[in-house]
Design a protein around this ligand. Structure first.
Ligand SMILES: [Mg+2]
Length: 181
């Protein structure tokens, strides 16, 4: 992709939709003997979602697999829309576009697995960590430096804000709002 076309695509982004397993986590799921499952998330992505909120870019989650741990983490991260449990993600992708009143080309999608292919194709721009499925690595627009569970969402948020020339102003705003500095 030409650099001008890429910048044109990224300048349009108004909403980030992220897959969960393999993006916010390293894809590991711990199933305990009592049936309770747990996952490991990183605070870097919590910080990333706070940065996006301050910049006015909403984040939504779209996971093929239902998990209570994901619901709790989404709530903690202040993410109001966390759709889970449908292997066909297109329906909820369209729903999220309607909720946020954006078109598909205004969405940046973060995904790593085969079930993400239809939404990756539909989104304006796609980001994927290096531990994604090989087919995803072939079709995605940007391969992140960080791997799943180590701050991919934060990297994508900062990448978009820097490309849109809004990163510095967002940090200044964050200092005023959060740190009162
Ligand atoms: Mg995944």
């Amino acid at each position: 992709m030409e650099k001008a076309d890429f910048l044109d695509k990224i300048n349009k982004i108004k909403l980030i939709i992220s897959d969960v397993d393999g993006i916010l986590t390293d894809a590991t799921i711990h199933i305990h003997s009592d049936g309770i499952e747990s996952k490991q998330f990183t605070v870097h992505d919590g910080a990333g979602s706070a940065t996006a909120r301050i910049a006015g870019i909403p984040i939504a989650l779209l996971s093929g697999r239902y998990s209570e741990a994901t619901t709790i983490r989404a709530r903690e991260m202040g993410i109001p829309h966390c759709f889970q449990g449908k292997l066909n993600k297109i329906e909820d992708f369209v729903k999220l576009c309607e909720i946020y009143n954006v078109s598909a080309d205004e969405v940046a999608y973060i995904g790593d697995g085969l079930i993400d292919i239809p939404v990756i194709e539909k989104s304006g721009i796609a980001f994927s960590p290096p531990n994604s499925h090989p087919l995803i690595l072939e079709m995605t627009d940007v391969i992140t430096k960080r791997s799943g569970g180590t701050g991919v969402l934060q990297e994508v948020v900062e990448f978009i804000l820097k490309a849109q020339n809004r990163f510095d102003e967002t940090i200044i705003k964050m200092r005023k709002e959060v740190y009162k500095g």
